[in-house]
Every structure is written in C-alpha cells, then in structure tokens.
Design a protein around this ligand. Structure first.
Ligand code: NAD
Ligand code: UD1
Length: 338
C-alpha cells in the first residue's frame, strides 16, 4: 500500500516509517521539521536501506498538499503531524488549535477531492480526562480534556466522526495512545526533546547519562500502591505495530469509523519505572519526592481487549525492553552530539 505519513520524522512517525518499509509498504513523508531533524531521514534509510520520498512543508499548506496528492496518489494516510506539549498548549492555545485542527482539515479536504479513503489518526488517552475507573475501555466517557492540547484531540475525534458519517466510503481509525516510550533497537531513532523533558522516560534517560542529576517524582500520596502515579507505558515499536494492524483492518474490513486504545493493559508506577530502569541498565537513578504536578491523574491504563479482539494486537516488548532501548538511544545520541 502507498501510505502518506505526516509528521513522519518525529518520534513515533519515524518508527512507523521503518515498520511500514519493513512491511513492504511504499511511503511518502511530509514533515515541516518543527520538532524533528532532517537527519532522521538518513537514519530511516540506514536501518531499512530504503530512502523514503520526503517533502518538507507544513501540512496546513493545502496547495502543496494538493501537489503531493496529485503526484503520489496515496491510498492511506497516517496523521502524526501536530503539536503535543501539554504545558506549552496552555501558554499558546491558538497555536495548538490552529496547527492540530488545520492540518487535519487540509488532509480531510484532500481525501474528499482525491479519493483517498483510509486515515489513521493519532489520538491520546488524554481524551478520557480524569478516569472514573480503570482500565479505560473505548466506551469509557470522553471528557473535556485538561489542556488545549487534549482539547484538540477531542475536537478532532468529533470532527472525524462527523465527516465519516457523510462519507461512508471513508475508513478512519482513531487510535488512542497511552504512554509511548522506548526507542528503536538500533539506537538511531528515539525521543530526545530539547531542554528539560516534561515526560517521565525522556527525563530518566537524561538522568541516566548524567545530563540531569536526579528525577523529581511528582507526588507520592496518590491512592496507588506506592503512592506515585500509575500509567500504561507502551514500547513505541509495539505502538506502531498497532498502526500496521489498523491499516490492514481499514483496507480489508472497511469498518467505517474504528476507535481503539493502544496500550499494554498494565499500569506501572513512577517508582516501579525507576526500579525497572535501574534493573535494565544497571544505572542508579537518584530521585526526590516533590509535590503533585497540577493536572495529573492518579492512575490511567488501557483495556486492550478491543485491540486484541478486533486487530489481533498484542505487545512484544516489556517495560524493561523500553528502558534498555531508551537508554541505548540516549547514549548513542550523546555520542553523535560530541
Ligand atoms: P513529534 O513531535 O516527535 O512528531 C510530530 C512531527 O510532526 C514532528 O516531526 C513535527 O516536526 C511534525 N509536524 C508538526 N506539525 C506539523 C505540520 N503542521 N506540518 C508538517 N509537520 C508537522 O511527536 P510524536 O511523539 O511522534 O507524536 C506524534 C503524534 O502522536 C502527535 O499527533 C501526538 O499528539 C500524538 N501522541 C503522542 C503521544 C506521545 O506521548 N508521544 C501520546 C499521544 C498522542
Ligand atoms: C502526559 C500528558 C498527556 C500526554 C502524554 C503524552 C500531562 C498532564 N499529561 O501524560 O496529556 O498525552 O504526556 O505522553 O502532561 N512524572 C514524574 N516526574 C517527571 C515526569 C513525570 O514523576 O519528571 C510522573 C507524572 O507525574 C506521571 C508519570 O510520571 O505520574 C508520567 O508522566 P508523563 O510521562 O509526563 O506522562 P502523562 O502525564 O501520563
């Protein structure tokens, strides 16, 4: 299948491109390099021995997008392009609403105009807001999210649902990611945010290589087993496998709208993650307990029943694998920087 991957040089998109190429799909990448580097294209080539077709521009640019649709005639789109930093979205809501919504509108217009009927959209478990109970199933209520970032995901889910109703020929998978972590085993692809990371795993990676001296654990008084926050950390390579299965389902079963969680079904606390990281890497991660981070929920993990039943999805990797791969990537990245 010929697949257009927007945001294909980002953290998840780059792993997706490798998996698609390994699956013998043809890919076309659009990325404006807002949060990625052109070198990722070379790294995808180094892993797969295939140089993907790449266009550098903003997906909101309908004219450029139209040229790509005319020339490349993609049969499916995986739409990763978007802004994703929760804190920044509170400070710059307009920027988030504009980019995340407009890029989706532009793609939907191209689908209408050029007969591309398959779309996979990157949503997030953030649409469940503060969970009333866990595990979260796809039928758990979606709630007004706690940030403009989350709100964009919720709005796009609604827009896709409405558009699909009047386009029964469209097959749209909305995948709600839990917490993607880890990196490609080559050490060439991973997540290395600029500045001080907001998310747990990238922060621990930087402590492990000595760039930061300790982890701040946000709260140890939650109603969880050890008092620290519990999340569902899924290895990014498993996450992208879920997209391959979703694409297969869209093209073979033509389900119309398909909404599905992508997680492991297992909750891990912050302190369990620290222990797992130490076990996987042999490196001590010093930490200090700090107050709760505003907006955090105590516990959040996925029900994976639907993903298993409807796509045959299961995870191949553990938290230990994710810690090992995340650390390996960080070490290689430090070497490349020197
Ligand atoms: P990322 O920032 O690493 O990748 C996004 C890519 O899209 C970047 O390469 C960026 O340059 C590009 N991009 C952004 N806006 C663009 C635009 N208008 N035109 C062209 N390119 C553009 O993020 P990621 O972690 O790979 O996340 C991918 C998607 O998954 C995002 O939509 C994100 O909201 C969603 N998601 C991520 C997580 C997570 O924890 N990483 C969790 C849930 C959902
Ligand atoms: C965060 C976002 C969520 C987004 C997801 C993407 C918030 C409130 N939520 O989820 O909307 O979809 O990232 O991956 O930002 N922690 C620490 N110390 C740290 C960092 C995190 O103790 O330095 C704890 C947090 O309190 C939480 C857990 O680690 O309990 C995971 O945090 P994080 O990696 O930021 O992910 P989420 O908060 O689940």
């Amino acid at each position: 299948m010929k697949v257009l991957v927007t945001g294909g040089l980002g953290f998840i998109g780059s792993h997706m491109c490798v998996s698609l190429i390994e699956n013998h799909d043809e890919i076309v990448i659009i990325d404006n390099l807002y949060n990625s580097k052109i070198d990722v294209l070379n790294r995808i080539e180094a892993i797969t021995k295939v140089r993907p077709t790449f266009y550098q521009f903003d997906v909101q640019d309908v004219n450029r997008l139209e040229e790509v649709f005319k020339k490349e005639k993609p049969e499916a789109i995986i739409h990763f392009a978007g802004y994703k930093a929760v804190g920044e979205s509170v400070a710059k809501p307009l920027m988030y609403y504009e980019n995340n919504l407009d890029s989706t509108f532009a793609l939907l217009k191209m689908m209408e105009k050029h007969g591309c009927n398959n779309l996979v959209f990157s949503s997030s478990a953030t649409v469940y807001g503060v969970p009333k109970e866990v595990p979260l199933t796809e039928d758990s209520p979606v709630q007004s999210a706690t940030s403009p970032y989350g709100e964009t995901k919720l709005m796009i889910e609604r827009i896709l649902t409405d558009v699909q109703k009047v386009h029964p020929e469209f097959n749209i998978a909305i995948l709600r990611y839990f917490n993607p972590v880890g990196a490609h085993k080559s050490g060439l692809l991973g997540e290395d945010p600029n500045g001080i990371p907001n998310n747990l795993m990238p922060y621990i990676n930087k402590v492990a290589v000595g760039e930061l001296d300790h982890l701040n654990v946000f709260g140890d008084d939650y109603s969880t087993e050890d008092g620290t926050g519990v999340r569902d950390y899924i290895h990014v390579v498993d996450l992208v496998k879920g997209h391959l299965l979703a694409l297969k389902k869209l093209s073979e079963e033509k389900p119309g709208l398909f909404i599905c969680n992508l997680g492991t079904g297992k909750g891990t606390s912050v302190l369990e993650m620290v222990k797992a990281y130490e076990k996987a890497t042999g490196i001590k991660i010093p930490y200090e307990i700090k107050p709760r981070r505003p907006g955090d929920v105590a516990e959040n993990y996925a029900s994976t029943e639907k993903a298993k039943k409807e796509m045959g999805f299961t995870c191949d990797y553990t938290i230990l694998d994710a810690c090992k791969d995340g650390y390996h990537f960080q070490v290689e990245e430090e070497k490349r920087r020197k």
